[in-house]
Design a protein around this ligand. Structure first.
Ligand SMILES: Nc1ncnc2c1ncn2[C@@H]1O[C@H](COP(=O)(O)OP(=O)(O)OP(=O)(O)O)[C@@H](O)[C@H]1O
Ligand SMILES: [Mg+2]
Length: 339
């Protein structure tokens, strides 16, 4: 990692040894020599200190880092390749598993004790709608199938997993999500909220995470690593496909396929652009009054190349979209699973 890129601000403090990454003092440790160990993007990383720092400064400096998009993208590209090629990475220590029960896709992800991606499997499904399970038996069957696929690849039995729910999910719905995982013979170690999962992959503690999924778009504002505001709006990729279906006078399924065909993106995007503009205006309304200088866009429906340009123009703040935005939350769930 090139420190010049990631260190935004060096602040000399009077305090005792204290190194903070993105404002999280507890995650940096073992300051020694010219580097320190930190958890960055959920992974143990050795951060090299710049030449201007000497040993005496280490104990006094507060190091504030901005997101290192390159290493986030390397991480997520690696995970995407594992899913695509149906293979596993070598790993270290205990494995951690995440189950993402999405509207459009169910994804199981596995990371090792350092947070490195080990394996991933995905299945398209229509068993869940916007955080509500509409086909319980179907959901369990898919999770079971994905679990046994992973077990075959890894040669071990998976017994524990974390899962996530959209922010604001309460009571029975939360229980139903964990019941799906338990019915597939895994103990649920954690139920986290989706923006927290995404934030841990991105390595952020502040800003807004906008998750543009199939049925809904979730808007979450984080401050010091805590979700302080959330909203879920009924717009997303399904809305885009409906607009395409109407425009081309084709069935919904055909519109879905057309929407995802990268070779036709230039032709398709102008048709769905008004939907993206409307999404942006909704997001703008929600962040209004909050001190947000960066929006991180995740979720499958943000895959279009020009998506962030439209958001940027409408909202006027910095927009960051990582590689494979639809895999950020699934990977983050595994990273948040207890060891
Ligand atoms: N390459 C692509 N280009 C455009 N849209 C895509 C692409 N891949 C997936 N999508 C769309 O992304 C949506 C699914 O995104 P994602 O997997 O993040 O949602 P989900 O988590 O299943 O749903 P939700 O968050 O609403 O519960 C679908 O509408 C799908 O059509
Ligand atoms: Mg989702």
């Amino acid at each position: 990692m090139i420190v010049g890129e990631v260190i935004k601000r060096l602040q000399i403090l009077e305090a005792q040894p204290f190194v903070s990454l993105n404002g999280r003092p507890e995650i940096a440790s073992k300051v020694s020599g010219k580097s320190f160990m930190a958890i960055l993007s959920g992974r143990k990383t050795s951060v090299q200190l710049p030449g201007i720092m000497n040993r005496e400064y280490y104990g006094k400096a507060k190091i504030t880092m901005s997101i290192d998009l390159k290493s986030v993208n390397n991480l997520i590209n690696n995970f995407a390749n594992l899913i695509e090629e149906q293979r596993i990475n070598e790993y270290k220590g205990d494995l951690r598993v995440g189950v993402d029960l999405g509207t459009a896709n169910i994804v199981l992800s596995v990371v090792d004790e350092d947070g490195n991606p080990v394996a991933g499997v995905s299945h398209p499904g229509s068993v869940i709608k916007d955080g509500l399970i509409v086909d319980y038996v179907g959901a369990v069957q898919i999770v079971r199938k994905l679990k046994s696929q992973l077990e075959e690849m890894l040669g071990i039995t998976l017994t524990r997993a974390a899962t996530a729910v959209p922010p604001g999910t309460i009571g029975g719905n939360m229980k139903a999500m964990s019941n799906v995982v338990e019915s597939a013979d895994m103990d649920v170690t954690e139920i986290i909220d989706e923006p927290t999962a995404a934030a841990s992959v991105l390595g952020i503690t502040d800003g807004a995470v906008v998750d543009v999924g199939g049925g809904t778009t979730g808007i979450s504002i984080l401050r010091n690593g805590k979700v302080i505001y959330t909203a879920d709006e009924p717009t997303g990729g399904t809305h885009m496909s409906l607009v395409l279906a109407g425009n081309y006078k084709i069935p919904f399924e055909e519109a879905e396929t057309l929407k995802r065909d990268r070779t036709r993106q230039r032709e398709v995007f102008p048709v769905i652009k008004p939907v993206v503009e409307k999404m942006a205006s909704i997001v703008k309304r929600h962040i209004n009054g909050h001190d947000v200088d960066t929006i991180y866009v995740v979720g499958g429906a943000s895959c279009f190349d020009e998506f962030e340009t439209v958001f940027q123009k409408e909202i006027g703040v910095n927009i960051i979209k990582p590689a494979h935005p639809l895999l950020i939350t699934p990977l983050g769930i595994a990273l948040n699973s207890l060891k």
